[in-house]
Ligand binder design. Structure first.
Ligand code: FES
Length: 381
């Protein structure tokens, strides 16, 4: 990487200006993602990503509708910016496949020590920590390559996900900058402002190192629970293993919902290991992922039902009563222990009485190179 400092006189101020940088070679990578300059063959993937209405919603300069010609024009602009030294735009790609998963750019400001950074992630690649990883890689490279005293990052006020990314990567919240930007109708809009200084970067690197050590310990401890074979979900026996996340997204005692091709999965790290099942209560389909996990037992957020994620069995029938997995009837009950008054016969009562609480069904899972994979009865993309 080549850097030479120049002097620029502007309106009586003398600023040091950094000469243009060359793309890092080899590309920056943390083993999960890599960032590299855009290539012409990224255009279809950029175009596909920008069909997501959330992207133009939060980034007003993205054209709507977005065409492949827009993507090709954007790629040319980014390459020109590298050539001119006016901006350093990267494609965020999967480190293993080089597949485009997002964009990140370090934008050179008029004052060569005050720059800005922005990013987006394509819809199918979200919730995997890719934006944080890319932000860490590019900010570190930027601080090491340019004499940055302040790196600014702004988002629109409602863009909570982007703000969380900024904070996870070590940016500091500064406040609301009023009328900072203009929307696509050229009207002024506020922005939530973050920044990073060299001291913040040092703090962030130290925190990331501590997290890496903790994560490595957790990953080494991760194992798949030994669940009953007869409780495999239908259609999984010959199904392919599909990546559903990374082990580093989990922790002992944590539950997450993963939605893939219309399936809402519950991934839970129980005392016996990690299980993958449907994120639907076996009683009336409430999402178990927002319940509470203690050991192997998850408490449903509705009706006090409790289910053993390691055996698939019901530990506590719901307050509404009903049929258990073997067809035995259980009366309604009250959490306070109070005797319930008999209800007059009705369709509702009958529906509760006939609702069967079946055993949980599991998606066989495995861990490969830190990836959590499950056999899902769907075809991988
Ligand atoms: S929906 Fe879970 S116990 Fe009723």
């Amino acid at each position: 990487m080549h850097r030479r400092r120049l002097l620029l006189s502007d309106s009586g101020h003398t600023w040091a200006m950094s000469e243009k940088l060359s793309p890092p070679n080899p590309p920056l990578s943390d083993g999960v993602i890599a960032v590299r300059p855009f290539r012409a063959d990224d255009a279809p993937a950029i175009t596909a990503a920008c069909q997501d209405p959330e992207i133009p919603r939060w980034i007003p300069i993205i054209p709507v509708p977005y065409t492949e010609a827009d993507a090709r024009g954007f790629i040319l602009l980014t390459l020109q910016a590298w050539y001119d030294g006016t901006g350093y735009e990267f494609a965020i790609v999967d480190a293993a496949t080089d597949r485009y998963v997002g964009s990140i750019g370090l934008h050179v400001g008029p004052n060569p020590r005050r720059h800005a950074i922005g990013y987006l992630v394509s819809p199918e690649a979200r919730r995997r920590g890719y934006a944080v990883r890319a932000l860490r890689l590019v900010t570190r490279w930027g601080f090491e390559s340019l004499s940055i005293e302040r790196l600014a990052l702004w988002t629109l006020p409602g863009n909570i996900a982007s703000q969380a990314v900024a904070e996870k990567a070590g940016f500091r919240f500064e406040g609301l900058a009023r009328n900072w930007e203009t929307d696509r109708d050229d009207l002024p809009i506020d922005a939530v402002m973050y920044s990073m200084t060299p001291d913040d970067l040092a703090d962030s690197l130290a925190a990331a190192a501590a997290t890496t050590a903790t994560t490595a310990t957790a990953t080494a401890a991760a194992r798949i629970a030994d669940v009953p074979r007869e409780l495999r979900a239908p259609g999984t026996r010959a199904a392919p293993f599909v990546e559903i996340g990374r082990v580093t997204d989990l922790a002992p005692g944590l539950m997450r919902r993963v939605t893939l091709a219309g399936l809402d999965l519950l991934v839970a790290w129980t005392d016996d290991g990690i299980v993958v099942t449907d994120d639907r209560c076996p009683h009336m389909a409430a999402p178990l992922s927002i319940g509470a996990l203690a050991g192997c037992v998850v408490a449903c957020p509705l009706h006090e039902g409790r289910f053993d994620l390691c055996t698939g069995e019901t530990v506590q029938m719901p307050t509404t009563g009903g049929l258990d997995a073997d067809g035995n009837y259980h009366r309604p009950w009250s959490p306070s222990g109070a005797e319930l008054r008999p209800e007059p016969a009705s369709k509702k009562l009958e529906a509760r009485r006939l609702t069967r609480v079946n055993r949980l069904r599991y998606y066989p899972a495995r861990i490969r190179d830190g990836r959590l994979e499950a056999q899902l009865p769907i075809l991988p993309e």
